[in-house]
Structures are given as structure tokens and as C-alpha cells.
Design a protein around this ligand. Structure first.
Ligand SMILES: [Zn+2]
Length: 506
């Protein structure tokens, strides 16, 4: 994060390093009161978006028995190659394709790196007590029992949806296509998490799984609604559509720490701006279902959350960076001033991999395919913080602002008595109670000068300040100040909620 945003996020209660009293642990963050509100609003907007698309929501456990990940391929394939520094003993993740060559040096101390083998990224745990107690010197049978009690924290939320596919299909009266989603925690024991909310060991995912008959992937029933939308696409050189000029497709790696953050910016695939329809017709995007969901992802990020369109693009994975389950994958990447291009959403065509892996075809003719938009909620929160922040000179003062869209702003409005006089405070508290009673999360603040209180609300992205002054006592009007323009209008108290068009929170 730009240092100033990071500092603001800490100071104002958005983000805190987890376990700090015990020295912290890399890859874990606490959301403070404002961060938690912001994150909930992103999740709520996401849930509403996919419910409107007609998807079903489910919620499944975050721990699963070994058998699930044996079948899904995660035990075998969900791993990263690591190197270790001979000097400081720090481990680093080797990005795909990169040689663990002699020339590379430790990014921390400049020491020599050596190969440390592959690490599975799942957290292992135990479910219950294995029969026989699991003590030392266990025989063959007991080993088997212990294996059966092995559990893993899920590395993605998707598996819980796949396992329910036959039941969901019945729930949908046996008809394809349909979609299901869940929002929840997932866990990856990353080798070297170092980048704020970008690479966490515990994080929140919002994943939607669309089940579709493979014969119908070419025709999405609502394709017309998105086909003219223009997208910024970076196809991988190898996946390039027919007759297109090939990009170089080679990445200029920067060393052991290089991960998905920043990787896309160095991709040499040719960037193009095309309509969704052109992208599908020319074969750049494999089918209408995939094209449709890429377009919806963009719509949600830009129109739903207010992430600037010019800081987004979709980049196709090369064959060698694709997850073991994917046949095609496009990442929505956000341009971070600190980390370069970074993935915030992945839209994958998982083919029939998952349902076949779990032998869950649903009893139909063929095995349905899965199209999956998978959102990293924490990364999106990061993108919102970074892209909303700006500073400007107002008179002699610097004003820091988080320009959140109203829909995601943690605090909807602040009610402020102009002066710390009893009669003004009393009236301001009454206005505050009225807005809270109407279901809006608003704040009341009477400490410090009015200018300072405005700055404080600007800093946390509150869209409106409602100020109670002496005129209020005479004619029951208040001043409503808008955050970005700083314009003020006089409004009758009863009309405040209509003027600022706030949202119900409870
Ligand atoms: Zn080192």
C-alpha cells in the first residue's frame, strides 16, 4: 500500500497487523471497526449482485477430511516451489517457469539461495481423535486410522459447492444451467506472505460456480445484455485467437519473491480493447459463458464498487501458470501503485474436472462443466483503499480523502453539532437517533473544531456531513456537506435521508 494509505488505514481502524502483542505473524490481518464495515459492504454488494443473477447461496465447512482434497487434486498438486536463503534461512516462493538459478540472490539479505523443494499450501489439522488414540508406535491399522482423521483447512470455498452438486441440481428441479456461490474464509500456508492484504494465509473468498451442459457453453441466455461491453484483454501468447499476431509471452521475472502481484504487468501478451462479442467470436475468449461472466465481473468491480475502469484489465493465464483444475482462466487485474498489476478476481473454465474428480455427474447424460468467477475479497478491499485515496490542497491545509462510492462507505453520514453548546448537541443527537432509527449507520461527533471534524470524516470516506447550527433551532433545517465537492446545501431535517440517499444497514 502507498505508505500514506497504509498509515491512514492503521490509524483510523481499517487494518491492523494480527497478533501484534506477540510479535505478529506474516500473512494475517485484523480488520478494525471501519475495515470490517467496509469489507461487509463489499460482501453484501457481491451477494446482492449474484443473487440478482439468480444464483443460490450455500455455506459449507472450512475444514474437510483428507478424502476431499485427495479427490480434488489439491493434496497432489496444490503446492509451490520454494528456495531458502543459506544465510538468513528465509524461504521464498519461486514463481512458475523461473529457474532456481545460481545467479539469484536473497531479496532480504543478498545471500545465496538454494532449492528447498515443493511445499503443499494446505494447512493440515486433525478431525477428532483417531481410534487407538494416535499414540506413538502405531501399527499399520492405526496409521490408517490416523490418516482417516486427517483434515485440511480449505484452500478455496469451491469444493463445498461441488460436493453438493447433485443436491443443488435436484433443488433446481434437475435443470441446467444454474449457479451457486458462497462467501467465506479459505486458508493457504503461503511460503512468503509479505504484501499487506495481497498474499494472506487466511483470507475471504467469494466464489460462484456455474454448472452448465458442455454442449450449451457456446450460448449464454443473457449474452445480449453484455455483448457490446468493451473489455481490456491481454490474451496469453499461446491462447491467442486464430490468425492473431502472437505476443512474446515471456515474463521478465524479478527474483524469488515474484508472485501473482505484479506478474501481469510484465506479461508480453498483446493488450487489446474489444467487445465481449468480438472476443468470443474470434476465439480469444473460449465461449459465451466465460465471456458473459468476465463482463459481469467487470461490471461488479467498476459499477458496483467504484474501482476505476482504467486500473483494470483481464489477463489470460499461460498454460504453465494455470491451476491444476482449469482449462482456461482470466484474471481481473488491478493496477496498484505499490505492487503493479495484481490479481483480484479469477474467472476460470474448470471444465468437468471437479465433478469428474468427485464422481458427481448428477446422473445426466454428460458431466456438466463449471465456469467460476472467484473473488479475493481482501484484495478488493485493498484495491478500494488504494484507488479511493487522494490528497488535495484546501487553502493552507492538506485534505486527505477516501473517495468511496456511497454503497461501500463504512460510515454513511456524520451528524455534527456546529459548536459544543448544550442546545446544539441535544438537537444533533436527536437527528442522529432519527437516522439510526431509520436503519442507517451514521456517526455522531462533537469533539474538536468543525473543520477538523470534516477532515476526519473525509479521511474515512464518509460521503455526507450533517451539521446542526442555530438556524436548525429556528427552522428545523441542517447543512448537508458532500465529501468530494465540499458543497453544502440547506435541508429540512425530515428530508435528510432523501437528499443523501443513504442505505439501510439494520
Ligand atoms: Zn537471506
Amino acid at each position: 500500500m502507498q505508505d500514506e494509505v497504509a498509515e491512514l488505514a492503521r490509524r483510523r481502524g481499517f487494518l491492523w497487523q494480527a497478533f501484534e502483542v506477540y510479535g505478529g505473524a506474516a500473512g494475517f490481518y485484523d480488520y478494525g471497526p471501519l475495515g470490517a464495515l467496509l469489507k461487509r459492504r463489499v460482501e453484501a454488494a457481491w451477494r446482492e449482485f449474484y443473487l440478482r443473477e439468480g444464483f443460490y447461496e450455500v455455506e459449507t465447512p472450512t475444514v474437510a477430511p483428507r478424502a476431499v482434497f485427495e479427490a480434488s487434486g489439491h493434496l497432489e498438486s496444490f503446492s509451490d516451489q520454494a528456495v531458502v536463503c543459506r544465510q538468513c534461512r528465509n524461504f521464498f516462493r519461486v514463481a512458475e517457469r523461473e529457474e532456481v538459478g545460481e545467479g539469484q540472490r536473497c531479496p532480504e539479505c543478498g545471500g545465496e539461495l538454494e532449492d528447498a523443494g515443493e511445499f503443499n499450501l494446505m494447512f493440515q489439522t486433525r478431525i477428532g481423535v483417531p481410534r487407538g488414540g494416535g499414540g506413538r508406535g502405531a501399527g499399520g491399522d492405526e496409521k490408517e486410522e490416523r490418516r482417516k482423521s486427517e483434515g485440511y483447512l480449505r484452500p478455496e470455498t469451491a469444493q463445498g459447492i461441488f460436493l453438493n452438486f447433485p443436491r443443488l441440481l435436484r433443488f433446481n428441479r434437475g435443470k441446467l444451467p444454474f449457479g451457486a456461490f458462497q462467501i467465506g474464509k479459505a486458508y493457504r500456508n503461503e511460503i512468503s506472505p509479505r504484501k499487506s492484504l495481497i498474499r494472506l494465509r487466511e483470507f475471504t473468498m467469494a466464489e460462484a460456480e456455474v454448472f452448465v451442459d458442455p454442449a450449451e457453453k457456446e450460448k449464454h441466455p443473457r449474452f445480449a445484455a453484455v455483448k457490446e461491453k468493451r473489455l481490456r484483454l491481454v490474451p496469453s501468447a499461446e491462447g491467442e485467437g486464430k490468425g492473431e499476431e502472437k505476443g512474446e509471452g515471456k515474463r521478465e521475472g524479478k527474483g524469488g519473491e515474484e508472485g501473482e502481484g505484479g506478474r501481469g504487468g510484465e506479461e508480453k501478451g498483446e493488450e487489446k480493447s474489444v467487445s465481449v462479442e468480438e472476443a468470443v467470436r474470434s476465439g480469444v475468449v473460449a465461449n459465451e459463458f466465460l465471456g458473459y461472466h468476465i463482463a459481469r465481473v467487470e461490471e461488479f468491480l467498476v459499477e458496483g464498487l467504484g474501482i476505476p475502469r482504467e486500473r483494470l484489465k483481464f489477463r489470460q493465464h499461460r498454460g504453465d501458470e494455470m491451476a491444476h483444475y482449469a482449462t482456461d482462466c482470466w484474471d481481473a487485474e488491478f493496477f496498484s501503485e505499490r505492487y503493479g498489476w495484481m490479481e483480484i478476481v479469477g474467472v476460470a473454465d474448470r471444465g468437468d474436472y471437479d465433478l469428474s474428480a468427485h464422481s458427481l455427474s448428477g446422473g445426466g447424460a454428460g458431466t456438466p462443466n463449471v465456469i467460476e468467477p472467484s473473488y479475493g475479497i481482501d484484495r478488493i478491499v485493498y484495491a478500494l483503499l488504494e484507488s479511493s485515496f487522494y490528497e488535495e490542497q484546501v487553502g493552507k491545509e492538506k485534505r486527505k480523502v477516501l473517495r468511496f462510492k456511497k454503497e461501500v462507505a463504512p460510515v454513511r453520514a456524520a451528524v455534527l453539532p456546529l459548536l459544543k453548546r448544550e442546545e446544539l448537541k441535544k438537537k444533533a443527537r436527536a437527528v442522529f437517533q432519527e437516522l439510526r432509527a431509520a436503519g442507517m449507520f451514521v456517526e455522531y461527533d462533537e469533539s474538536g473544531s468543525i473543520g477538523r471534524r470534516y477532515r476526519r470524516q473525509d479521511e474515512i470516506g464518509t460521503p455526507f456531513c450533517v451539521t446542526v447550527d442555530y438556524e436548525t433551532l429556528e427552522d428545523d433545517t441542517v447543512t448537508v456537506r458532500e465529501r468530494d465537492t465540499m458543497k453544502q446545501v440547506r435541508v429540512v431535517v425530515g428530508e435528510v435521508k432523501n437528499v443523501v440517499k443513504l442505505f439501510r444497514d439494520f
